[in-house]
Design a protein around this ligand. Structure first.
Ligand code: PHB
Length: 383
């Protein structure tokens, strides 16, 4: 269920193992492939996409980064991933480009990806033959399968289809959001810049050598109409200011506000229904983990399914949730830590601010602390 990163990676991994799958998605292919989302791939995600044979365009168009900058009190401090992790890095390559590559690979190998389906529902996932019902091109269909993977996102139908009382939800909603823009401007820095500023967090990111992606901490209910392009650039200049450095402006081609939350559901499975990606967990974007976590889930699921189909044993499937959640909670920890270190919180006092600055000072001056950041940022091992 769902043709996002989790659903498409899972479907293609299963294909490579000789296991049939059908992907059902309620949006159009165009919508999925155009929607601006994340843009940072962990080393493990890059390696997996490459092994799957869908890494060619990523290799030629993606930007490899071996560090990030933490900027505070007007000065930048580099965290050197290559040095701190034994050679690992990250890849800047937009999520919707990954989805285009995956869709093309699925279609080129006879994959069944159904877009624009309506009235989707899942049934009997506690039995041997779970069913998916949906409407497509005006007629109703029922699909009988061995397993259903709920890769349909936070607002999808799979999680709410699990009977009441089975799942426990853990949630934290942050009292701020991010105002994000995409600008036709060459990135003003070679690497991502995470900035702590009196007026709130700011992030300089990028998509290509010609397109910048920039974010400002804002009110979660911020009205984007109150942010003219001039106001956005002025605020970015103020928060990102650093001696001897200048922010390059360009036409803003997209802008929007997103809320921030941490969310985990336990367990991530019920009978023959397995939740993966945003349907099971949401992380705040600080640290860029959402897509990578989704890909890690389905890697675990694909291995468990392969074990089942080759040996008939369910042991790995039974451990799916347990194995994923160990990693999920560590990534929640990291994303929450990055968020709390870099944002201004309503109601905080000067004590809190000094503690945040001490944290940044420590992270950028202690090799042990910098290594902790680096090993999490490039990605923890799968299990
Ligand atoms: C992005 O480029 O969209 C991005 C980068 C780093 C983050 C979050 C978002 O932590």
């Amino acid at each position: 269920m769902g043709a996002g990163p989790a659903g498409l990676v899972l479907s293609h991994l299963l294909y490579l193992q000789g296991i049939d799958s059908v992907v059902v998605e309620n949006r159009s292919r165009q919508y999925v492939e155009d929607r601006v989302r994340a843009g940072v791939l962990e080393q493990g995600t890059v390696d997996l996409l490459t092994e799957m044979g869908v890494g060619e365009r990523m290799k030629s168009e993606g930007l490899i980064h071996y560090g990030i900058e933490l900027r505070f009190e007007g000065r930048g401090h580099r965290i050197d991933f290559r040095d701190l992790t034994g050679g690992k890095g990250i890849m800047i390559y937009a999520q919707h480009e990954v989805l285009k590559d995956l869709n093309n690979a699925r279609l080129a190998t006879g994959g069944q990806v159904y877009f624009e389906v309506e009235n989707v529902s899942v049934h009997d996932f506690n039995d041997a033959y779970p069913k998916i019902r949906y409407r497509k091109d005006g007629s109703d269909h029922e699909l009988t399968c061995d397993f259903i993977a709920g890769c349909d996102g936070f607002h999808g139908i799979c999680r709410p289809s699990i009977p009441e009382g089975v799942l426990t939800e853990y949630e934290r909603v942050y009292p701020f959001g991010w105002l994000g823009i995409l600008a036709e401007a060459p990135p003003s820095s070679d690497e991502l810049v995470y900035t702590y500023h009196d007026r709130g967090f700011a992030l300089l990111s990028m998509r290509t050598p010609h397109i910048s992606r920039l974010y400002l901490q804002c009110d979660p209910n911020e009205n984007i109409d109150e942010w003219s392009n001039d106001r956005i650039w002025q605020e970015l200049h103020t928060r990102l200011a650093s001696e001897g450095w200048r922010l390059t402006e360009g036409p803003i081609v997209q802008k929007g506000v997103t809320g921030m939350r941490s969310f985990v559901v336990e367990p991530m499975q019920y009978g023959n229904l397995f939740l993966a990606g945003d349907s099971a967990h949401i992380v705040p974007p600080t640290g860029a983990k959402g897509l990578n976590l989704a890909v890690a889930d389905v890697q675990v699921l694909a291995r468990a399914l392969e074990r089942f189909y080759t040996t008939g044993k369910r042991c790995q499937l039974n451990k799916y949730s347990h194995n994923c959640l160990r990693r999920v909670w560590k990534v929640q920890r990291f994303s929450g830590w990055m968020t709390s270190m870099l944002h201004r919180f309503p109601g905080e006092d000067p004590f809190d601010q000094r503690r945040q600055l001490a944290e940044l000072d420590y992270v950028t001056n202690s090799r042990a602390a910098a290594q902790t950041l680096a090993e999490n940022y490039v990605g923890l091992p799968l299990t």
